[in-house]
Design a protein around this ligand. Sequence first.
Ligand SMILES: Cc1[nH+]cc(COP(=O)(O)O)c(CN[C@@H](CCC(=O)O)C(=O)O)c1O
Length: 307
Amino acid sequence: MVQKSETIWFDGKQVPWDEANVHVLTHALHYATAVFEGIRAYECADGSSEVFRLRDHMIRFVNSAKILGIKMPYTADEMTEAAIETLKRNKLAGAYVRPLAFVGEGAMGVYPGDNPTRVIVACWPWGAYLGEDALEKGINVRCSSFSRHHINVMMVKAKASGNYVNSVLAKNEALADGYDEAILLDTTGHVSEGTGENIFLVRDDIIYTPHLDGVLGGLTRDSIISLANDLGYEVREEPIARDMLYVADEVFFTGTAAELTPISSVDRRTVGTGTAGPVAKLLQTEFFKIVKGENPDYEHWLHRYQA
Ligand SMILES: Cc1[nH+]cc(COP(=O)(O)O)c(CN[C@@H](CCC(=O)O)C(=O)O)c1O
């Protein structure tokens, strides 16, 4: 259950959590005409807080609406301020931040007509996305029987609510089969991404990740690629066949909610030694130093605030 905070930013106003409601004939409830973001705020060692790559997330948020043709009444800068206002109003030093823009009530039917776009920002504490042990010990995953969207069926660069029906189907199947998470292949059978994460593998100290064509342009993926390059690793963005995962030295997920989560087995095949490998551990350690404001080289990624 989500741990409630006091208020939610709703169309420009702070509204009590339990009063942030909509009508059941809200267009987006029926037709998934909605886009969202997942952002994390972290409490830093010096007592301040920061929101990781906040403006980059809000640029993606506005672009997601543009891709879906949903009118967006606020700019990325206005949404950036709305997130900070809501974190401070709720005195949250660390939190998960969820902006959502959705087509409201009015006309029904596939065409949303001139129904209004409603926009919210909700913030709440959210710990380890895939379980407390996951970050340390890794998780067991399966390749899903569901393919990731073809890039001309769903617009995967948009963080669109409708894209997540595919994720829910894959996640439900994986959990029902005794796994922690699913990896989705694309319609050509190449490795795509997780239900809510990007994916990386390591082989002979070279890091591989699927190219951006068919996956959400993850900001954690982007950050880890920059960090890996800065640490001297070669990162190759290229098509990856499923069995490359089976013989990899390391495999791991990245995402705002998942942060950097090692994968210990794929389709019941142990990855490397079955625990977090040295490259994943190094990147995870350095990533957490960055998001907690302990590495000044990456200060430009941090939007500081005082809860
Ligand atoms: C499909 C997908 N791919 C990659 C990513 C990683 O993107 P980024 O967060 O910018 O590094 C996410 C984020 N998934 C968000 C939603 C999770 C949820 O269950 O809701 C998140 O991690 O916040 C995805 O949903």
